[in-house]
Design a binder for this molecule. Structure first.
Ligand SMILES: [Zn+2]
Ligand SMILES: [Zn+2]
Length: 315
């Protein structure tokens, strides 16, 4: 973990040249890397092979504000990294959650009375998740003690776009600058406690899209090809590399577009389009977790990118 933290700290924050910056704070699937009960994972002994659970930070350097996408089980380290990078302290100015699976929201617990005891941090959540957080413990205590202020994206709807395909949108005015605009859109993904969304984050110069979990490109109301062409950077679900990844298991019933499938989809696009795609949310079984694997080489040679902790983009 030390290596990861210094990777972020070592890059000088280009405040003047980059007023709004995105920083990758985690890249792994919900269970993290190494994953519990995988006793022989080399990352237990070699910390440089570890990866934190998927999360992005966005910093408005001019306003001194920072926003966190997902509240993961690695929330403590990720908030530290975000503050380090922003030169600030305290809880994020707002948190955006994609859905109610453990890797994406359970870090909220650290905002509570037993830990940080934060004061009314706005937490944007997909439809149905406000009910889940408000009505079930231990999350309801965060609401009751006003550690968090839950804002359901549907009720926050400011602009509907593209015939309603975006479920919600927030310009972040009121508690931030208007340099950053965040929109949520519906994403097909197992709905246990709430719906799932992805986010489009627009800064003064560039727009990034964040889709850490999706069941398939086909079931989606939007076209991934359009989204890639309309935005500058797209962080996409890379849970599994291909169907050979879980030996002895028929993977055809397991959702998530495979990395190999997404690469095939954009095979004939120009380099400039392909390099917008950055794979994120990789499972501990996905060989792209290793910098030096054959699969990592293949992804890079084909013109795609793999998201790594500490990577920054000027938005
Ligand atoms: Zn996930
Ligand atoms: Zn999920």
């Amino acid at each position: 973990m030390i290596a990861v933290i210094s990777a972020i700290a070592l890059q000088a924050a280009p405040v003047e040249s980059c007023p709004v910056e995105l920083v990758v704070l985690g890249v792994a699937q919900d269970g993290g890397i190494p994953q519990i009960n995988v006793q022989d994972d080399p990352a237990w002994d070699d910390e440089s092979l570890r990866h934190r659970v998927v999360s992005l930070g966005v910093i408005d350097h001019e306003a001194g504000k920072r926003y966190l996408f997902e509240a993961t089980p690695d929330f403590r380290e990720q908030v530290r990294d975000l503050n380090e990078r922003a030169g600030t302290s305290g809880a994020p100015d707002a948190i955006f959650i994609t859905h109610a699976h453990i890797g994406h929201y359970t870090g909220l617990m650290f905002l509570g009375f037993e830990s940080m005891n934060a004061d009314s941090v706005p937490v944007y959540v997909p439809p149905m998740m406000a009910f889940f957080l408000t009505e079930s413990g231990p999350w309801s205590q965060l609401v009751e003690y006003e550690n968090i202020e839950v804002r359901e994206l549907l009720s926050e709807r400011v602009e509907m776009e593209d015939g309603g395909r975006y479920v919600g949108s927030s310009r972040l005015t009121g508690h931030s600058s208007d340099r950053i605009s965040v929109r949520a859109f519906a994403v097909p993904h197992r709905r246990e406690f709430a719906a799932t969304v992805g986010y489009q984050i627009e800064g003064p110069a560039k727009s990034a899209v964040f889709i850490p979990d999706i069941d398939s490109w086909e079931e989606w109301g939007l076209s991934i090809e359009d989204v890639v062409q309309e935005n500058d950077i797209i962080y996409v679900d890379a849970t599994f590399f291909d169907d050979n990844e879980l030996p002895g298991r028929d993977m055809s019933a397991i959702p998530h577009p495979r990395v190999s499938e997404t690469m095939d989809l954009f095979q004939d696009y120009p380099d400039e389009i392909r390099q917008r795609i950055r794979f994120i949310h990789y499972n501990h079984t996905n060989p792209i977790r290793y910098e030096d694997s054959e699969e990592t080489r293949e992804v890079l040679e084909r013109g795609y990118r793999i998201a790594r902790e500490g990577e920054t983009i000027c938005l």
